[in-house]
Design a protein around this ligand. Structure first.
Ligand SMILES: *Cc1c(COP(=O)(O)O)cnc(C)c1O
Length: 353
């Protein structure tokens, strides 16, 4: 792919790595590439970060034909920069695009675009422990038209922002409740894609959870309202009686790269891992029997987010005494060690730039 580079005239001052907030400060440049039905994907370019100009009738603003990805670049101890399994993000975006009738971007072009932008923005990859450069690739429909059909033109864009350490003082377990009113996704819908619409539909439950003193919700399936799907915008895993169980990818669950990496590690470590339907009842029964040993969310932002309290239908259970469990901690240490290049990477997941 031919990428034209137009550098910013003046570079921004780097923010203090101790006080970085998520998604507030963006780097000097962004990657753009256009699609139209006649030419396909064309005009790959890196330009100064700045506003886009869109028609008010721009299709994405009305019908939400849009998908995105989330990944990070990490500073390793040698001062180099690494990505984590970037091909997985490329392939997941293709799968999201297919569901939303958006033309796909070849895997190698996606990875090349990310790598080229991150190399140019190298100075923005912070080195303070736990910090990283968050990378947000996204594609959206740009036709200036209100007709309900697939757009004929699209913009692929990648922006980056430095992010602070998710955990400043160790991994603190969160309080979660089972959401029994709103649903995030249904089978046959878009739950397995990273599309903005899924998030729009999930915001209300998240707000209510916060009002009630919880960090996030545990989503149930949209049909029977009894099977566990995800926690907030993370996948969810449980250790029950020595085994690890996690909801299977039925179409309404997002296939997380952190989830997949956890399952790979756990199988490698000799754990029995089951991907299957899990009812909320099963979890609360296990908690009552004393076999719900650990619960945690998994995702790029937090890596591992231990669940300390789980509430459902007026009952509340404390998991592992509200403390992080040893398996959650081991997963966190291993994954972050591979991502930041401080631990061996026998799987070839870490990609040096
Ligand atoms: C992105 C995302 C995840 C986590 O995926 P990772 O690839 O591990 O970051 C889980 N659930 C939802 C709904 C997501 O959007």
């Amino acid at each position: 792919m031919d990428i034209r580079v137009e550098k910013a005239k003046a570079l921004k001052e780097l923010p203090d790595p101790n006080t970085l907030l998520f998604g507030k400060v963006f780097t000097d440049h962004m990657f753009l590439m256009d699609y139209d039905a006649g030419q396909g994907w064309h005009d790959a370019r890196i330009v100064p970060y700045g506003p886009l100009s869109l028609a008010p009738s721009c299709m994405v603003l009305h019908y939400a034909q849009e998908v995105f990805e989330g990944m990070k670049a990490y500073r390793d101890p040698e001062g180099g920069v690494r990505l984590f399994r970037p091909s997985e993000n490329a392939r997941r975006m293709q799968s999201s695009c297919q569901r939303l009738c958006i033309p796909t971007i070849p895997e190698e072009d996606f990875v090349e675009a990310v790598e080229t932008l991150v190399r140019l923005e190298e100075r923005w990859v912070p080195s303070l422990a736990g910090t990283s450069l968050y990378i947000r690739p996204f594609v959206f429909a740009t036709d200036a038209s209100l007709g309900v059909h697939a757009s004929h033109s699209y913009l692929f864009c990648i922006i980056c922002c430095p992010v602070g350490a998710y955990y400043k003082e160790g991994l603190n377990p969160v309080k979660i409740y089972v959401e029994d009113e709103d649903v995030r996704a249904v089978r046959g819908g878009t739950g397995f894609t990273k599309c903005g619409g899924n998030y729009a539909a999930s915001i209300r439950a998240g707000e209510r959870a916060e009002e009630r003193g919880f960090s996030q919700v545990l989503w149930l399936d949209g049909v029977e309202r009894k099977y566990i799907e995800e926690v907030g915008s993370m996948n969810v895993l449980f250790k029950v009686d020595g085994k690890v169980i996690t909801p299977k990818l039925t179409g309404s669950v997002l296939p997380g790269i952190t989830r997949k990496s956890c399952l790979d590690l756990l199988r490698d470590w000799g754990y029995v891992v089951e991907e299957r339907l899990i009812t909320a009842q099963e979890l609360f029964d296990a908690a009552e029997a004393g076999t719900l040993e650990e619960a945690w969310g998994s995702g790029t932002a937090a890596v591992i987010s231990p669940i300390g309290t789980l509430a459902w239908e007026g009952k509340s259970v404390l998991i592992n005494g509200g403390q992080i469990g040893s398996l959650s901690q081991r997963l966190y240490d291993t994954l972050t060690g591979i991502q930041w290049g401080t631990e061996p990477d026998p799987y070839g997941w870490s990609v040096k730039l």
